[in-house]
Design a protein around this ligand. Structure first.
Ligand SMILES: Cc1cc2nc3c(=O)[nH]c(=O)nc-3n(C[C@H](O)[C@H](O)[C@H](O)COP(=O)(O)O)c2cc1C
Length: 328
């Protein structure tokens, strides 16, 4: 009961939420997360590319001449394949809702503001309690104006919100020139929550084969510092939306730190791949033990209290050398 709190207006038993991943891609695994004490789960994302690649795959196996003869066949195929992928995802939403009593947050990956935004409506109708938008626009084109990218994030959010009445949060990467500005723009556009930060696929190089290869998909605990910085900064700037800390949250101690910095909830993924889903029990117990030691009776009573001026001075510091050091 001590860990009870809320996120996006939903009551949750613990501030620990399982992030979007294969851990939340099947009903069995979602049941396991709920039994281990997760406050909520973010379902594995439905990806724009996933739907498009299904369409392309089907096209490869079909005699292309058929599309010249019957152009409407292409249209039919697109609609059919899109429908199939979404139906599978809707079933996951419905079945999860039937099997667990924790909030089910659906995750939609968008990199354009195409029809994908209407998918959110279908997920709401299937019973999702909220939508997390995993927006990832790659900025590899040197002619792309950063302002245009930021405007695109806001446009996608607004398009999705137009279609639904459940809360929407946005999961962001940390590669913006000015994260605060992006966060305030999204909040102004109606985001009820921000998830900081997404962790994208990283490249590596195999030096024997001299080839680029995928990097480790599991985060390291040290990655939580940047999240901590931005949760602190945005919370101390009075960002009027709920913050969910993600990336490098490994232990109960990490959960406490993010809440002290101002996070409403945390999201965990890599720690569960390493330690197993049952590790949520240990994390919840460790947060409770810390609360007992410091006489806090609920999560809200210690949220954001490490945001005094002297704390922010530390959080804002980028260089090892102090800016105003004295020379004697
Ligand atoms: C195997 C795997 C699959 C993932 N799939 C998704 C996904 O479908 N959607 C998403 O938004 N994030 C996905 N993520 C990213 C996680 O949700 C999370 O943001 C990231 O791993 C950082 O958190 P962590 O340090 O707790 O692992 C995935 C991560 C892993 C390791």
């Amino acid at each position: 009961m001590k860990l009870k709190t809320s996120y996006l207006g939903l009551e949750i038993k613990s501030p620990i939420i399982v992030s979007s991943s294969t851990l939340t891609g099947s009903v069995e695994s979602i049941k396991h997360c709920a039994e281990a004490g997760a406050g909520a789960v973010i379902l594995k994302s439905i990806f724009e590319e996933q739907i498009l690649s299904e369409i392309r795959r089907e096209e490869r196996y079909t005699d292309n001449e058929i599309y010249d003869l019957y152009p409407e066949a292409q249209e039919y195929l697109n609609t059919f394949m899109r429908g199939t992928e979404i139906e599978i995802y809707e079933k996951l939403v419905r079945e999860s809702k039937k099997n667990v009593d924790i909030p089910i947050i659906a995750s939609v990956n968008c990199s354009t503001d195409g029809e994908w935004t209407s998918i959110a409506r279908e997920l709401q109708d299937a019973g999702a309690d909220a939508i997390e938008l995993n927006i990832a626009i790659s900025a590899f084109d040197r002619d792309l104006d950063p302002r245009k990218i930021e405007e695109e994030y806001v446009k996608i959010l607004k398009d999705v919100e137009k279609n639904i009445n459940i809360p929407v949060s946005v999961k962001l990467g940390d590669h913006f020139t000015n994260i605060s500005r992006m966060a305030f723009s999204l909040t102004k556009a109606g985001a009820k929550g921000l998830v900081l930060f997404n962790r994208f696929y990283n490249p590596d190089i195999n030096i024997e084969k001299m080839k680029a290869v995928p990097g480790n998909s599991i985060s390291a605990p040290e990655e939580n510092h940047n999240t901590l910085r931005w949760i602190s900064l945005l919370s101390s700037q009075g960002l009027p939306c709920e913050l969910s800390a993600s990336r490098g949250v490994y232990t109960g101690e990490d959960v406490v730190k993010q809440i002290l910095a101002g996070a409403k909830t945390v999201q965990v993924c890599s720690t569960l791949y390493r330690n197993g889903i049952d590790y949520i029990k240990q994390m919840n117990a460790d947060v409770e033990a810390w609360m007992d030691r410091h006489n806090f009776s609920n999560v809200e009573s210690f949220r954001g209290i490490v945001n005094k001026k002297e704390d922010i001075n530390v959080v804002e510091r980028l260089q090892y050398l102090r800016r105003n050091y004295d020379i004697h």
